[in-house]
Design a protein around this ligand. Sequence first.
Ligand code: C2E
Ligand code: MG
Ligand code: MG
Ligand code: MG
Length: 282
Amino acid sequence: RAKAAGRNAIQMFRTTMQHAASARLQLEGELRLALQRQEFELHLQAQVDARTGGVVGAEVLLRWHHPEHGARSPAQFIEVLEESGLIVEVGNWVIREACRIAAALLAKGLIDADSFTLCINISPRQFRQNDFVERILDTLKLAGLAPKMIKLEITEGIVIQNLDDTIAKMRRLCRHGVSFAMDDFGTGYSSLTYLKRLPVNLLKIDQSFVRDALIDPNDAEIIRAIVAMARSLGLEVIAEGVEQQAQLDLLQLQGCHLYQGYLFSRPLPLAEFSEVLRVRSP
Ligand code: C2E
Ligand code: MG
Ligand code: MG
Ligand code: MG
């Protein structure tokens, strides 16, 4: 009987794995079509300077409107895009669309080229394309945007894979005025070693630290340490996922004045984001 039970368990495991694999394949197929069907959209989330209340930039975040399942969060599909390689094509669309949005906001006088930066998430696979640098520069030129208007958000995943190539590409983009942020900072490993060598000028404190900062002294301490390190390296620092005024108070007490989070605004479609800018500009 034990043997039979074992066989059953194995059979159940196999069936579960097969279901997972076919669900995954189906998702990949749907994502493959999503670009053609124009099911992707970018939302924008404001980045705010708490000292002035001014919107200093925004992060563009990918949204997918599935014809049957409605809105799906990147958490559910970015990994599939990355592993299937589809992220290259989708990522290129994100860059073009982000530049188009920035140009439109500029044309409407809702943002200023000297005081507003648009942040774009870049995945490891995207960054590894041989022509990544040219692609960014060409897209900027086509949209008529100054390179200093965009900032690329990278993660430690990008850095780990090929440090020399990463540094070379970043330097070339930096020379043209494109800047970089280290996303989800504090969650990866050996951040410090890389940080000294990379031309990054903004650290984004991961939202996991912000979420528990008021209840977990360790998280508050990590925030303090990141801010201190940013200061000693001459980097800017911004906190992600700020939902409560008390979290912002704590961040400001530690010397972090830039923030992004539901406290100010959720990521919004372009029309609604434009409205946020409109009511705030004099
Ligand atoms: P991320 O780059 O760290 O983006 C921040 C995430 O935090 C976003 O999730 C945003 O909606 C969420 N967020 C912002 N404020 C708050 C808050 O106050 N509370 C909470 N709980 N969450 C907040 P989202 O949009 O679901 O994106 C998840 C991740 O997917 C991003 O994390 C990024 O790694 C990836 N992603 C999104 N768009 C793109 C894209 O265009 N390209 C690539 N390669 N990755 C993307
Ligand atoms: Mg990001
Ligand atoms: Mg992040
Ligand atoms: Mg993240």
